[in-house]
Ligand binder design. Structure first.
Ligand SMILES: NC(=O)c1ccc[n+]([C@@H]2O[C@H](COP(=O)([O-])OP(=O)(O)OC[C@H]3O[C@@H](n4cnc5c(N)ncnc54)[C@H](OP(=O)(O)O)[C@@H]3O)[C@@H](O)[C@H]2O)c1
Length: 392
């Protein structure tokens, strides 16, 4: 039998956030496997130049710039691609009939397109963790109701998914989420007063977008990932441990009741979890560089210190409280990180803004998406106020 007769029909995919770090890596994966994927849709926010190059290469039927005022006159050079603007256009895009939607927008903006993809019955490969932090139980319940698979792309959650697969839920004692510790691990808090956005986004082991890089430097990213894991694996906060592992070789571990621990190891390249999610349940040959066990650094693991990483503490508090508390935490953090990146508050101000906003807004039950969105708006108002106090 020839290779072409063995090849299944191409998987029809949509990439939300195609111009970002995850989106570009996903399109690299697609390039590695000609004939395996068909790109039906692409969405970016404002980067029209890169989106145009992607349209030229992948010929999607649909493309979106979510910035409402984006100029799309250039799109007339691609008559086969319907190009539109605004978040609603991204929601419509995510609902087109496809095999899988890769959700890789950044922040809360991805919530509505994710919801739309699930409601349309599309499986999703989820990198965009913030919506799951905001509304994890609602999203997962809707996915179960629509028989939609939510495949994690975050490297830690992809690792856990692979370790946990095929085991009984009752046999899982706990999950160990690994964290690199970010660029400032081990530094005394006092020395972080004058940290610049450029320093905070220089991650020691992963090459990522600005927001997640700053979140990694405060360890808020690990806090968000705890809440993400609670939703994805239906496990309570107290059964999720975090451990600092600066080498980023072990991507996470699952400990079973009988004392056995399964760990996932790999190189720090997001193309691996993206490939796994896009080809699941198959495993395909990978042309990417592999982990060389004999030239690995010594692996170390340490307990994180809440005093060094207060954002991790606030995230654990929100995770335990549940309801709309994680949405409040997420919104406060998004506003704080944006203000830090714009030079309006210092690095240590991020945790202070999160603390003030989460104290100012009471959590309620997250009974509906509207309740979650209202908590998000309230928390942003509180965070903006906390930021203003620091910039006066
Ligand atoms: N990067 C990683 O290695 C990594 C690993 C695990 C999880 N994640 C998660 O994956 C998501 C994407 O991360 P990233 O590092 O790829 O981010 P990124 O490089 O900043 O890219 C973000 C993407 O989202 C688009 N975008 C920005 N603002 C938007 C808005 N308001 N509405 C709609 N789209 C918007 C951007 O479009 P423009 O380019 O046009 O602005 C871009 O395509 C995040 O939730 C992150 O936590 C990332």
């Amino acid at each position: 039998m020839t290779e072409s007769r063995l090849q299944p029909p191409p998987k029809r995919i949509i990439v939300l956030g195609s111009t970002g770090s995850i989106g570009r890596n996903a399109l690299n994966v697609v390039r590695h496997y000609p004939g395996r994927f068909e790109v039906i849709g692409l969405a970016a926010h404002a980067n029209a130049a890169l989106l145009a190059r992607q349209i030229d290469e992948f010929n999607p039927t649909h493309a979106v710039l979510t910035a409402p005022d984006a100029d799309i006159q250039w799109a007339s050079q691609f008559p086969k691609t319907h190009v539109s603007t605004g978040l609603e256009a991204a929601e419509n895009l995510a609902a087109l009939p496809v095999d899988i939607v890769l959700c890789a927008m950044v922040g809360a903006a991805g919530l509505r397109p994710i919801w739309s993809a699930i409601q349309a019955g599309n499986d999703i490969a989820l990198a965009n963790k913030e919506p799951l932090v905001m509304a994890g139980p609602l999203i997962m319940a809707e996915a179960r109701r629509r028989k939609v698979q939510v495949l994690p792309v975050d490297s830690e959650h992809s690792a856990i998914f692979q370790c946990i697969h095929g085991h009984k839920e009752a046999d899982v004692l706990c999950i160990h989420l690994t964290a690199s510790g970010g660029p400032f691990y081990g530094r005394a808090t006092d020395t972080l007063r004058n940290v610049t956005p450029a320093q905070a986004t220089r991650h020691p082991t992963w090459d990522m977008g600005a927001k997640i890089s700053v979140d990694s430097s405060t360890l808020m990213n690990k806090g968000l990932e705890i809440i993400e894991a609670m939703a994805l694996f239906d496990i309570p906060e107290h059964r999720i441990e975090t451990v600092i592992h600066p080498q980023s070789v072990v991507h996470s571990l699952v400990e079973f009741t009988d004392g056995n621990i399964l760990a996932h190891l790999g190189v720090t390249d997001m193309k691996f979890p993206i490939l796994f999610a896009l080809t699941y349940p198959e495993r395909v040959q990978s042309p990417m560089a592999r982990l060389d066990l004999t030239s690995m650094p010594a692996l170390t693991f340490a307990k994180p210190d809440f005093e060094e990483f207060p954002c991790l503490y606030y995230a654990r508090k929100a995770a335990t409280r549940g309801g709309t508390a994680p949405a409040v935490l997420n919104a406060a953090n998004e506003e704080a990180v944006q203000a830090f990146c714009a030079g309006r508050i210092p690095f240590l101000g991020i945790a202070e803004v999160v603390r003030d906003a989460t104290q100012a807004v009471s959590a309620r039950e997250a009974t509906s998406m509207e309740a979650v969105m209202e908590a998000d708006r309230e928390a942003r108002r509180a965070a903006v106020e906390a930021i203003a106090v620091r910039t006066r």
